[in-house]
Design a protein around this ligand. Structure first.
Ligand code: FAD
Length: 446
């Protein structure tokens, strides 16, 4: 058939429907609201923003999310052009008046002659037809079960327990060192997968005090169930006993500090490489509910991380997402069932903009497939390409956690640290390169 079915009319599903419809494909958009509700959505509108009303920075020369805005605008994006229409003054950020925004998204989609909106919950993965599932972080329970049945329990997460992620070039290597515990690992790649930051007794005690005192976020209703066994927040571990962390993620065993080979560290914070490029590292076992301000302050107490710059801060919340690096091909199709694509936050991106961006790609890819159009791979140097590449292949599958767009996902310009360029020049180089690559890809559609 020539019809494209899209499940979920949030950021990703709305954008996917718009893109596919503009390519001339018949679209049926299935949305369960208002019949079935989520704990966060308030209306039955398509494109509802569940929390903040901001699409974050609009700076397309110095900011990766601003670059994503630019790329979506260049591709006739529904979410971006509607945001522009309902823009509120917010300095360099793109903030919108959320209610009229969602109403306009709904109206613009319904005004397209080849889009039908069907208000119903979809509870299984159909075996035929072309489908995009964009059901988001709050995917309904019955559909969640059906997905889990297809992918296996381990490949679908219902909670997000994110350890903070740090830019490699902001770590002070005069204090930290590279070593895997007990020097495990056969290959050079495995041996360079870990960085270590040592603490003496005083530093450790001060760190525990700061953790206990830090401001934390409360859980939402329905959020606490089932996460506590596998991934305790570090502050909860610290509450259980001052030594708990030293016997858990901060244990100092099997490691020798080359900067001070004769002194045994009292505790060690370990960081693990988070992407193939080696530009990002996550702090092992450091999921946390500390508020963002408190979090940066406390984490910068760790020797070597005094000037850490964070690609993403830690957190724990309800979030349904796939282990995309193992499950999806480079067009976001389920490897085991190629008639099904996923898009949006459920693929392991994080945020309104990133979700809409992956909807844009999925919509175009699905429509191209239906129309028999061959598409080259999305260029990795564009923000779109950096994201899709990360979730479908670049990220480490074992530790896969949802990701915001950031320059750490891009192939370095002039080597890992950007050569001698300052940060401003480097970001401008990334964004210039990205825009050119993205425009070249878009030319496939004209
Ligand atoms: P959604 O926008 O959630 O859309 C999914 C749609 O699918 C929904 O309309 C849902 O009703 C529908 N659906 C689900 N299951 C079914 C089914 N079985 N059948 C039919 N329809 C179904 N991001 C930010 O950038 N900023 C924030 O401040 C922010 N705050 C957040 C707060 C909360 C509480 C949550 C849960 C998420 C937050 N996010 C935030 C992340 C945000 O949800 C996503 O970035 C974005 O909305 C995801 O887009 P999406 O299209 O993937 O999912």
């Amino acid at each position: 058939t020539k019809t494209l079915h899209i499940v979920g009319g949030g950021m990703a599903g709305s954008e996917a429907a718009w893109q596919a419809a503009h390519m001339g494909v018949e679209v049926v958009l299935h949305e369960m609201r208002p019949k079935v509700e989520t704990f966060a959505h308030q209306t039955g509108n398509l494109g509802e923003m569940v929390c903040s009303n901001s699409f974050r920075s609009d700076d397309d020369e110095q900011n990766a999310v601003g670059l994503l805005h630019w790329e979506m605008r260049a591709a006739n994006g529904l979410i971006m052009s509607t945001a522009e229409q309902h823009r509120l003054p917010a300095g360099g950020a793109l903030a919108v008046d959320r209610e009229p925004f969602a109403e306009t998204v709904t109206a613009r989609l319904k005004a397209l002659p080849n889009v039908t909106v069907s208000y119903e919950e979809i509870t299984d993965l159909p075996t035929d037809g072309h489908w995009i599932f964009a059901t988001g972080p709050l995917t309904s329970a019955s559909l969640g079960q059906a997905i889990q049945q297809e992918t296996g329990a381990k490949a679908l997460a219902f909670f997000d327990a994110i350890a903070p992620i740090i830019y490699a070039d902001s770590i002070d290597m005069s204090k930290a060192w590279m070593q895997s515990r007990y020097d495990k690992g056969e290959t050079e790649e495995e041996r360079t997968a870990y960085l270590n930051c040592p603490m003496d007794k005083d530093q450790y005690e001060a760190f525990i005090d700061a953790l206990l005192a830090a401001d934390k976020t409360e859980f939402h209703e329905g959020e606490t169930a089932g996460y506590f066994d596998g991934c305790l927040p570090i502050e909860v571990m610290a509450e259980r006993g001052r030594e708990t962390l030293r016997h858990g993620p901060m244990k100092p065993v099997g490691l020798t500090n080359p900067h001070q080979p004769d002194i045994k560290a009292h505790a060690v914070v370990q960081l693990r490489r988070d992407n193939a490029l080696g530009t990002l590292f996550n702090i092992v076992g450091f999921q946390t509910k500390m508020k963002y301000g408190a979090q940066t302050e406390v984490l910068r107490m760790i020797p070597g991380l005094e000037n850490a710059s964070f690609a993403r801060l830690g957190g724990i919340h309800r979030n349904t997402f796939l282990n995309s690096p193992t499950l999806l091909d480079n067009q976001m199709r389920l490897k085991s069932r190629s008639n099904i694509r996923f898009a949006g936050q459920i693929t392991g991106v994080e945020g309104y903009v990133e979700s809409a961006a992956m909807g844009l790609l999925a919509g175009r890819m699905a429509a191209a497939e239906i129309l028999g159009l061959e598409l080259p791979e999305v260029p990795q140097d564009s923000a779109m390409g950096a994201l899709i590449h990360h979730i479908t292949g670049g990220a480490e599958a074992k530790t896969f956690q949802p990701m915001n767009v950031n320059f750490g996902l891009f192939r370095p310009v002039d080597g890992l640290k950007g050569g001698r360029r300052g940060r401003k020049d480097r970001y401008k180089a990334y964004t210039d390169r990205a825009k050119a690559a993205w425009q070249e890809w878009l030319a496939n559609f004209s």
